[in-house]
Every structure is written in structure tokens, then in C-alpha cells.
Design a protein around this ligand. Structure first.
Ligand SMILES: [Zn+2]
Length: 319
């Protein structure tokens, strides 16, 4: 990633276009956030609502005379084509699928625009300002509603030949599970190591744990985590499975990529103390020994801002 010299007053317009929330920030070259807003993502059959929302925030923030906005970078929950111009697939924002978002926004905003997959942007954010600072070979795994991944090799984001590198969530870890993933495959990692998986595994096993404090009506990953911290056996069993499958997925990644560090991000990281031991055991048993002994597996540090910061960092590389 190039580090061109730039004036200290330059800022980029970084956007986290999530399926639920739209977050926008103005970020300078040191990673400082100067303005930030969060609103519900406009929904509808047309992407115009999203474009209008971005245009309006940009117009408001551009009025400040002392500020120089020089580029924009939009992270999307989906696959972006290899020219970073078109959102090829965005299951949670279907109106954006095959929409030439880059060209439309460049016309409306007047700045160079970069599109990036959200998990890729988060990996860059953690390398720039988070737990992977100073590392060159980084994998980040985001455990949220699904499981996303970003791969950085020799300091550069690895997008792959078709823009879909790092899809660790859709690597197969259990082909006999009978569980079908939304990607069409059976037995994907995200069916076992996401917030959604925590809730499903808890619900399925409730009949076997009649003494559990958890009940069917109020299940969330956060509640299962709380129950686990209180020693609930069902919750502990769920996190044990979660950690075991995650460790299998990470061991596969380690054997292919041999990273310096794997950054674990996303809401499910809250359960770290309940799943880390099982995760580490699987990595130790399954990954090539010399690598398994040296690779660092660490929780992310940038929280919700990893993607926004990563998007900002990528936008500066456009200049
Ligand atoms: Zn899948």
C-alpha cells in the first residue's frame, strides 16, 4: 500500500453501507475521525435512496471551508467486481446488485470513489490502526450475523481474480451436517461460528438441557454468552462447538496462507473467553506445527470502526 505524502488537512469520505445501518465518517490521513453519522440504511427497490443519502451527507460536510475532502470509499456487504466499480452481489441490499455504484457516486460527489467488500476493509483497518499494526501477512475473520474474511499478503489486500478472496465463512467444515447455507453449500463455517449459529445451536439443544436458564423465546447470541459466563451448561456446550469449528476453519486458513496474525472481529468476539481454548486446541492439532506454534490469533481492536478506517485508508491510496 503506497504512503504518498499528503497535506494534513486532507480528509476522505468513508462509508459503511451495512444491511441495517449506514455509517459515514470523515477521516484524515492519521485515522482521526472528524465527523460521523449513523442512520438506518434507506431501503427500496432502487439504489437512488442510498445515493441520495450519501450525496446529502457529502454536501453538508463539504460546506466547511477549512476542510478538503479528496476521495470517497464505500464498503459494501457483498462482492465487488475486480475493477472495484460494480457491486456484483449484495444479499442484504439487493437493489445494489449489478449497480455501477462507483460511476454514479463519482458523478454525484465529484471525488474518486473506491468500492470495497466490508470484511476486506476491516482487515485493512486492523492492519493500519488495530491489533495487526506492523504486520504484513494478515487474515481477519469477522464473526457476526455471518462470517466474513479479509486477506492481506505482503501488506496488500488480496482480492482474488474475481473479487471474492477470503470467503472463509463459506469454506466447508461439516459436509454431513445437513445444514444448508444461504450460499447454496452445505456445512459452511458460518453455520457453526456466527452469532446466528450460536442462537440456532442453542435452540436445537434446549430439550437436552432442561435445567438451562435459557429459553426458546428470548434467544440472542448475547444472552447465550451471558448464560455461559454464569456457568450454564448448554451455553458452554454451544461455545465449545463454536470454538471447535472456528479452530478447524482457522487451521485450514493457516495451512494455506501461513499468516503472521489472524484477527478475530465482530460481535461474537464478546464470547472469546468461552470459545478461545477450543479454537486454539483445534489450530494446534490441525495446522502445520511450525506455523501453529507461531501464528498469533488475537481479538480485533478497532471495534465497529475497523471497516470505516480501512475504507478510509484505501481511499487515500487512490490519490
Ligand atoms: Zn456458505
Amino acid at each position: 500500500m503506497s504512503d504518498k505524502s499528503r497535506k494534513g488537512d486532507e480528509q476522505v469520505f468513508a462509508v459503511d453501507l451495512g444491511g441495517t445501518y449506514l455509517r459515514i465518517a470523515l477521516v484524515d490521513g492519521s485515522g482521526k475521525i472528524h465527523q460521523q453519522l449513523k442512520q438506518r440504511t434507506p431501503k427500496g427497490d432502487s439504489p437512488d435512496f442510498v445515493v441520495d443519502a450519501l450525496d446529502s451527507a457529502a454536501e453538508n460536510w463539504s460546506k466547511d471551508d477549512g476542510r478538503r475532502i479528496v476521495a470517497a470509499s464505500i464498503m459494501v456487504p457483498g462482492t465487488v467486481d475486480n475493477q472495484n466499480a460494480v457491486v456484483v452481489q449484495a444479499p442484504n441490499l439487493p437493489s445494489l446488485t449489478n449497480f455501477p455504484l462507483k460511476a454514479v457516486l463519482e458523478e454525484r460527489l465529484g471525488w474518486p470513489v473506491l468500492l470495497e467488500n466490508d470484511a476486506n476493509a476491516a482487515a485493512v483497518g486492523e492492519m493500519w490502526l488495530g491489533t495487526a499494526r506492523g504486520c504484513r501477512d494478515v487474515v481477519s475473520v469477522t464473526l457476526g450475523t455471518g462470517v466474513g474474511g479479509g486477506v492481506i499478503l505482503n501488506g496488500e489486500l488480496w482480492r482474488g481474480a474475481h473479487g471474492s478472496a477470503g470467503e472463509i465463512g463459506h469454506t466447508t467444515v461439516d459436509p454431513f451436517s445437513g445444514l444448508k447455507c444461504k450460499c447454496g453449500n452445505v456445512g459452511c463455517l458460518e453455520l457453526f461460528a456466527s452469532a446466528t449459529a450460536i442462537v440456532r445451536m442453542t435452540r436445537e439443544n434446549l430439550p437436552r438441557f432442561p435445567q438451562s436458564i435459557l429459553n426458546r423465546d428470548e434467544l440472542t447470541a448475547e444472552r447465550v454468552y451471558g448464560a455461559g459466563r454464569d456457568g450454564d451448561e448448554l451455553a458452554l456446550m454451544v461455545f465449545k462447538r463454536f470454538g471447535t469449528y472456528l479452530g478447524i476453519g482457522l487451521a485450514n486458513l493457516i495451512n494455506i496462507i501461513d499468516p503472521e496474525i489472524i484477527v478475530i472481529a465482530g460481535g461474537a468476539v464478546n464470547g472469546w473467553d468461552l470459545f478461545a481454548r477450543d479454537m486454539q486446541r483445534e489450530v494446534s492439532e490441525r495446522a502445520v506445527r511450525v506455523t501453529a506454534q507461531q501464528v498469533r490469533i488475537a481479538a480485533a481492536e478497532c471495534g465497529d470502526n475497523a471497516g470505516l478506517l480501512g475504507a478510509a485508508r484505501l481511499a487515500f491510496t487512490l490519490l
